[in-house]
Structures are given as C-alpha cells and as structure tokens.
Design a protein around this ligand. Structure first.
Ligand SMILES: [Fe+2]
Length: 362
C-alpha cells in the first residue's frame, strides 16, 4: 500500500515574486511576513516581496525577529505581539527557521485559544491561516512539507506535523541562494541530502518518493561541490534549489529518520548547523539499511560510491566537547524517538553511543 499527497502549488522560476503578483491577492488583503533579521534583506528577497505585495495592493506587516532553531518562547512572543492584528495569510521568507516559525504562527493566529504545546496535539485544531513559503536557502524543503521543528523549553528540538501547515503556495527563485556563504551552502545542501537519503531508505518510502529521492541525490552529488567552489554558478544554485524541493517532497511522504533525531541536540546545545549535525549520522543510516535493502543501497553507491566520503569531501568536520551526562541523555532520547519505527537496521545503545563518540572531542 502506498499513497501520495502533497497539496502545495510550487512555482520555480526566475523573478518568481514579480511574475506571480496576482497569486497573493487570492489569499486576502492583509499579509504577515515572517522572516529573519538579516538574510532576506541582504539577498534582496524581502525587497522584491514588498514590491510585489505593493503592486498587488496587499497590505503587509513584517515580523523579522526569527532566529536559527526557533524556540517556544520566540513563537510565544511573536504570537503575543501579533494576535490582534487579523491577518488573512502568512508569508514565510528565508531558511528553515522562518518557514517553520511561520507555520507555527499561522496555526496559533488562526486558533487563538491554543498555546505552543497544543501544536503537538493534532486533534486540537483543524486549520491554520494560509501559508505562502518563499525559501532562500537550498536545504530545508519546508516549503513543501507538513512539518515544523521548534525547540522546547528544555532545549530539545521537537517537530510537529499537521496537514493544515502544508504551504498553499511555494515560490522558489534560486537567485536568492547565491549570497549564501560556503558554510551555509554546505550545511543546507547536506540537509537536503539527508532528506533524500533518509527518505529513500526509510520503511515509509514509496515509489513516488523514491523517484524524487534518486533525482535529488544525483543533483546534489553533481552540484553541491560546484556551488561551493563557485558561489555565483547560477546553474549549480538552480539545481541545488530543485534538489532541496524534491527532497522536501520526499520527507513529506516518508518523514525523516534517526539521523535527524541524533543531530538535533548537536544543533541546540552545541551550535552545529542542522544539516551538518544530521549529515554526521547519514553513513550509519545507509550502512544499517544495507542488509534489508541491498538493491537500494547499491543505487546510492552508484551515485556516491561512499556517502561518508562525499560528505567529508565537501568539508564537513565536526568535533565537539560532549559530557558523559549529555551523551547519556541524548542516547536515551534517540532510543525513545518515534523515528525508530521507520529507520532500518538495529540502532542499539552501543551503536548510538559510538556514533556520538565519533564526534566527541578528546
Ligand atoms: Fe532536515
């Protein structure tokens, strides 16, 4: 049995904001833009978006206080200051953090009696405000997923899934990704790679998600090194943006696996970027799956030969101080994660411990 459902209208084009002004009008006359402090100003996307909304005659306000790894308190603060403004729709602009925050805010502004914790109880709500997602990095795939990942009050990342937060519209223009520096290009590119590979080897993979996953892997193998070598290579940037969107469509069907779970504490407690933190565990996801799905692993090997070596070749190297207590608590959390149900292979305590030991500074 398999099914396919991905209800987001996706438009991938040069000058995508300028060319699709009319689409904004369909959502209403009052928009809220959710973005970060700097990057959408630096890459020109905020200016272009403002111009398009003005041409469309849509009134808008900008909330630009989103930070990397958005926390519950950041969302609470945003909702508190925005809740009486009666917006018709939300526009998430930027990387994964603004997009995931936009999704949480869209639910909480629609359902005013809810609090942040209620986002995780899918039966508590049915709708969110309509969401338009404009990604300006190539990695998250959040523009085509029903997921949002926030950091809870104790510092752990926790994702929620709800059909209402599938963006109604995703507008992708790779030009905005050109200003990403090398480390952001690498970490976001590796995030997309993890989505494609994890989805491909997941027990939840489907014939459709596999098609997207293989294409995404091929595009990343070819284009991530090019984008790192020459940031202005628009062809490579276009292909990475396409790969990221395809890989997002993959996880919209399969979810992510244990590599994401293992990477989360490295991001929130050690400041390692999400894609980098996740990619540290990708080789083990592939190795563990080999016994169960040798043909699929052969497909991955045909593309990358050795996925761990590919990841190292784009410059990923992480070594952080981890205390025994941290290691213990992270291993315990990983053991309990729902993701184990669809991650292939046997990730016992010994292996989980070993995987964290690998990134531990002596
Ligand atoms: Fe991710």
């Amino acid at each position: 049995m398999w099914q396919y459902f991905m209800p987001t209208k996706v438009i991938f084009s040069k000058n995508v904001l300028e060319k699709n002004i009319d689409l904004f009008k369909n959502f209403g006359s009052k928009a809220l833009i959710i973005t970060g402090k700097h990057s959408s100003k630096k890459n020109g996307s905020l200016q272009d978006l403002e111009k398009s909304l003005q041409s469309a005659g849509v009134y808008y306000e900008i909330y630009d206080k989103i930070e990397e790894n958005p926390t519950y308190s950041l969302i609470r603060e945003a909702v508190y200051s925005l809740r009486d403004r009666n917006f018709d729709f939300i526009i998430g602009l930027g990387g994964g953090s603004p997009l995931d925050s936009a999704k949480a805010i869209a639910v909480l502004l629609k359902n005013k009696d809810m609090n942040v914790e209620d986002l995780y109880n899918a039966s508590k709500y049915e709708q969110s405000l309509p969401i338009c997602a404009i990604p300006t990095t190539s990695g998250t795939g959040s523009e085509v997923t029903q997921y949002s990942v926030l950091t809870d009050d104790s510092g752990y990342k926790k994702g929620f899934a709800h059909l209402s937060i599938f963006p109604a519209l995703a507008l992708i223009d790779p030009i905005y990704t050109i200003s990403m520096n090398a480390s952001l290009t690498r970490s976001t590119g590796l995030d997309a790679l993890c989505h494609a590979v994890e989805g491909f080897v997941s027990k939840r993979a489907t014939p459709v998600s596999d098609l997207y996953a293989v294409r995404a892997m091929e595009l990343i193998k070819e284009n991530l090194p090019k984008a790192l070598e020459n940031p202005e290579d628009l062809g490579a940037r276009e292909n990475m943006a396409c790969a990221s969107c395809l890989a997002g469509m993959v996880i919209s069907q399969t979810s992510t696996t244990l590599a994401h779970v293992l990477g989360y504490p490295l991001s929130t407690f050690k400041g390692i970027r999400h894609g980098d933190a996740t990619a540290l565990f990708l080789d083990s996801i592939v190795n563990q799956a080999e016994k169960e799905i040798p043909e699929k692993i052969a497909t991955i090997k045909k593309i990358f030969t050795d996925i761990g070596e590919f990841i190292a070749s784009v410059g990923l190297k992480v070594s952080v101080q981890i205390t025994d207590e941290e290691l213990e608590s992270w291993v315990n959390r990983a053991k309990q994660a729902a993701h184990n149900q669809w991650t292939r292979g046997i990730f016992d305590e010994k292996l989980l411990r070993h995987l964290y030991e690998r990134v531990k500074k002596d």
